[in-house]
Each structure stands twice: as C-alpha cells, then as structure tokens.
Design a protein around this ligand. Sequence first.
Ligand code: CDV
Length: 303
Amino acid sequence: MTRTIGIAAAQIGPVPRSQTRAETLDRLIALLRQAKRGDCELVVFTECALTPFFPHWWSEDPAANDIYCERSMPGPQTQPLFDEAARLGIGFCLGYAELVDEGGSIRRYNSAVLVERDGRVVGHYRKTHLPGHFDHRPGNPFQNLEKLYFEPGNLGFPVFEAFGGKVGMLICNDRRWPECYRCLGLQGCELVLIGFNTPRHYPEFPDTDRLADFHHQLSLQAGAYQNGMWVVGAAKAGVEEGVEQIGGSMIVAPSGEVAARSTTLGDELVIHRCDLNACRTYKEGVFPSRNRRVDQFERLLES
Ligand code: CDV
C-alpha cells in the first residue's frame, strides 16, 4: 500500500521592503489555491516567508526589526492564511520571524510552524544554525545579521506525526549540517520541510560563490539519501532589495534523486506526489542502522 501525499514547495520571488504584510500574504494564499488545484495536501513556504529577509540590513537598533516579527501564530496578520488553508483542506509549513516573551525576557527566533489539513497547529521548530555575524560590516554589499537578530533555537529537532507519516522541519543554514538530518532520521523522520534564503554571493568566502547552487543541492540530496527521507526545499528567490538569492526549490526523494525542481526565480510551485513508503528501501534496506551502526561505534569507542 502506498502512503502518497501531494506536496508543493512554494517558492516566492523577492518581497520588496515596500510590500505590506497583507500583500505578501495574498501571494502565499494564491500559491495555496494553485497547490489545491494541483491536488496537493501540503505546501511548504520559505524561511521568513512573510517579509523581506531583514537580517541582510544593518540597523543601529535591532529592535527596529520587530515590525517583521510575529507575536503569535496564527496572529491577526496571518489568520487569513490559516483560514484559507483550512477551507481548502490543505496543510502547510510556514517560516516566520518569531518574537516571544520567555519568563519576562523578549526573545526572537527564526521559526517555522507546521499546520495540518484541518487547520490544527501540529508543532513548531526554531532554527538551530544561525549564520553570519553580530557586527556591522559596511564594506560588504549586504549583511548577514541572523546571529544578532535571532537566538539559536531551543526546541531541538522534533519529529511530528502528521500527514500520515513522520515529519520534521529545518531552516536554511541547518540544511548544510549533516547532524540536523541525522537527529531527525534517527527518530524515524520520513519527510523534512526546509525553507531558505540563500544569497549567491558569500562576502567572506567569495570563492564559494560559483558553487552556491551545487552546495545547496548536494546538502539536500545527501541528507535525503543518507537518512532515507523525502526532503522539500522552498526558496526565496531572485533579487530582493539588491541581494541576489539562488532559488533552486526542489523535492528530493529518499534515493537522493531530485524528483522536481523550480525553473524560475519568482513565485512558483514545485509539485511532486511523494510516497512515504519509498523511505523503507533506504531506512531498512540500504541503511539498516539497527543491525550495524551501534556495534561498530561501540567497538570504536572502546579502542
Ligand atoms: N538564511 C540562511 O541561513 N542563509 C545561509 C547563507 C547566509 C549562507 C545559507 O546557509 O544559505
């Protein structure tokens, strides 16, 4: 028996600074409706999907960026997306900047929420690997200030029972670190949802620029194959406020093969019908970790 689910990676093109939250939300809702017409049950939106990627901008007062943060999810500005998704009977994963009061301290996280087809919030993830720097680097063409604006996630790598399988979330830079996939894979995760904002230029290491697409794809394919999971990557693409982003939204099968990929740098759905049972060949056949891994490591540790 198959356990097939229609999934759409919802890439969006640039979100200009001048665009209101309501206008951006309309773009996301249009993609939801298009996904429904494409027979999808799950839509994966990108990292910080509701706003421009503000960590690219320096501000003397980091709290000035609080206008880009959500204080609740759903909140007054995002409720229309939740309402339309529930009406359509379609679930989604949405990346957003989160502002919370934790024990009297205001904290900001780079977060994602997973919502089931009936509108129920399944769970949250907060980005673990925050790239970039804390300081202003005026010589750079743009900033990477996630370390300054956000705190590292404190929710671990949760795996949720949803959409008939086991589902986890990662956010952008997390996808480059094998242990993120491993923490999910060891919990039996079958489907990983990832939003990302990846500039083509890396100001500190420009020699990697020519490999930006390759390293992105390599990370998704390796994570999928080595853990026998479907991996869905949804980009913010195109030139946003002067920053060129790679795009490259794709759905990768547990075999490591790219099942579907974007062809533009704008708003676009990448759709594939993913059979969660396809994970078994790799989880139980190619990588039967129960039989092999533990013994080997114990012997290594003893020597
Ligand atoms: N948003 C990100 O995490 N971006 C990083 C860039 C800055 C290297 C990435 O890993 O794509």
